[in-house]
Design a protein around this ligand. Structure first.
Ligand SMILES: [Zn+2]
Length: 476
């Protein structure tokens, strides 16, 4: 993610947090009771938990199952702001379940079918609690079908950002980091449970509908066009998009013939020229970080009120024509954030630190020493600066997720690492990281272990100084 006016200042977040909290729905959902836990211990069916235990977003994701695939069929009528949808979720239980949760914000549920049988459900704030007709056995594959409809509601994050579905004057953008996917579809909404996606979006035939991966079909009948998208690689729910509007579609080829589809709002200027830079940027990033991890690329440039750009998987989304550095940032996320996602939101600096540092490396191609001079300039900021607190790997609360420490101090941490081990070893560790964890999610301690193995150097002090300790590190 890149904010139009730079990372969010940490100061003042408390006010926005209060506003965000006022908009949160409903009472807290009940978590597993003592009886349920005893039942789970005994292997008897019990209730799946309402969250996966994320320290910053306790209700994000759900316990008791993991998703393999989402098949989403969306029909959107922009004049009536009406979404009609069907989600078919293929999952596997991790415990015997008498009931389980999905995350869904707003929208009206019409019908839920589990393992072929109609199921009972109830809404508890952003939790959709489903009770199957018969309990589900442990370690068993099952499907969930949910029919739902309504006018999607934008979620307001604790830092005040628009999250998930946002209306535009010609349709909608979907930018769902960190939790906004639940404004569009019922999900196990957490980056620790990635899945494959098929998304079909039916819209009036004067509009286009954009999602992730490859465009496998486009069919028009009776004034409506269905756009079919297939993402065969593991994807976190927050990286899904279903963006709808008037677009020019540009086709191009990247490294190794990689298909590139870009969607440009015709009212923007300069976006076509930026889209044409994608192949060259990807070639350079491949040299640094290894093979591009996905089956397609492109950009979506739409006019919206978002105020930020997002690294939507395969097809980053911009709220206006980006500069080259911002394009580089969002494309770098395809390796760092998308192929390898944070195990919990606490570790988001693994996304933003790498993407920001890639901007520094990019600048250093033209101006040798640019990375060092950016580091030096930041390092001169006074001890009381918002740059130094909270530490990047421990942002403390959700409102700090996109703060300066996560971006700038995260990039400084990687520069300190690169200075200690050398650029070649640093890039080797970066490549290894993107390979080893591709399709999964990882945490900060795993990066330290990997970097120590690749470099043969102890890095405990460097990681503690730059990522875990409050305040400006001494002696760098
Ligand atoms: Zn970013």
């Amino acid at each position: 993610m890149t904010f139009r006016f730079g990372p969010r200042p940490t100061a003042g977040a408390a006010i926005v947090l209060a506003l965000g909290a006022a908009l949160l729905p409903g009472p807290l959902p009940a978590t597993a009771t003592g009886t349920d836990r005893q039942a789970a211990d005994a292997g008897r069916p019990s209730a799946g938990s309402a969250g996966v235990g994320d320290p910053l977003f306790p209700k994000a994701g759900n316990g008791g199952y993991r998703v393999g695939h989402y098949d989403l069929r969306l029909t959107y009528a922009p004049q009536r702001r009406m979404l009609r949808a069907r989600a078919t979720i293929t999952a596997r239980t991790t415990q015997a379940l008498s009931s389980f949760h999905l995350d869904l914000y707003g929208l009206t549920v019409d019908r839920v079918v589990v393992a072929g049988d109609p199921a009972r459900w109830e809404r508890r704030g952003q939790e959709l609690v489903v009770r199957p007709a018969r309990p589900l056995a442990a370690d068993a594959a099952f499907t969930i079908r949910v029919r739902y409809h309504g006018a999607p509601r934008t979620y307001i994050d604790p830092d005040g950002s628009l999250d998930g579905w946002s209306y535009t004057d010609d349709g909608a953008v979907v930018a769902a980091e960190p939790v906004g996917a639940m404004t569009v579809f019922p999900a196990n909404n957490h980056p620790s449970d990635k899945a494959r996606f098929d998304v079909a979006i039916r819209v009036p035939d004067n509009l286009k509908a954009v999602s992730n991966g490859v465009l496998t079909g486009r069919r028009t009948s009776h004034g409506w066009t269905t756009w079919r998208w297939h993402e065969p690689d593991q994807m976190a729910t927050h990286l899904m998009t279903a963006t709808i509007g008037r677009f020019r579609m540009l086709r191009d080829r990247g490294p190794g013939g990689l298909p590139i589809w870009s969607f440009i709002d015709p009212r923007t200027s300069g976006a076509r020229a930026i889209a044409h830079r994608i192949p060259a940027v990807l070639r350079r990033l491949e040299r640094w970080y290894g093979d591009y991890p996905f089956v397609s690329s492109g950009v979506i440039v739409d006019r919206s009120r978002l105020g930020y750009a997002l690294e939507v998987q395969t097809r980053p989304l911009f709220d206006g024509t980006p500069d080259l550095s911002t394009l580089v940032h969002e494309l770098a996320h395809q390796w760092y954030g998308n192929a390898v996602s944070p195990r919990t939101w606490q570790h988001i600096w693994l996304n933003e630190g790498f993407a920001t540092y890639t901007e520094w490396l990019w600048a250093a191609r033209r101006h040798p020493g640019a990375a060092q001079s950016r580091f030096d300039r930041l390092y001169r900021e006074p001890a009381g600066s918002s740059l130094w607190s909270p530490p990047p790997a421990d942002p403390g609360r959700a409102a700090n997720l996109f703060g300066r420490p996560v971006y700038d101090r995260g990039a400084m941490a990687l520069h300190a690492l690169r200075t200690q081990v050398g650029l070649a070893t640093f890039l080797q560790a970066g490549r290894r990281w993107a390979q080893v964890h591709a399709g999964g999610s990882a945490r900060t301690s795993q990066l330290r272990t990997l970097a120590e193995r690749v470099s043969g150097e102890p890095l405990g002090r460097l990681f503690a100084d730059w990522l875990w300790r409050d305040g400006r590190p001494d002696g760098y």
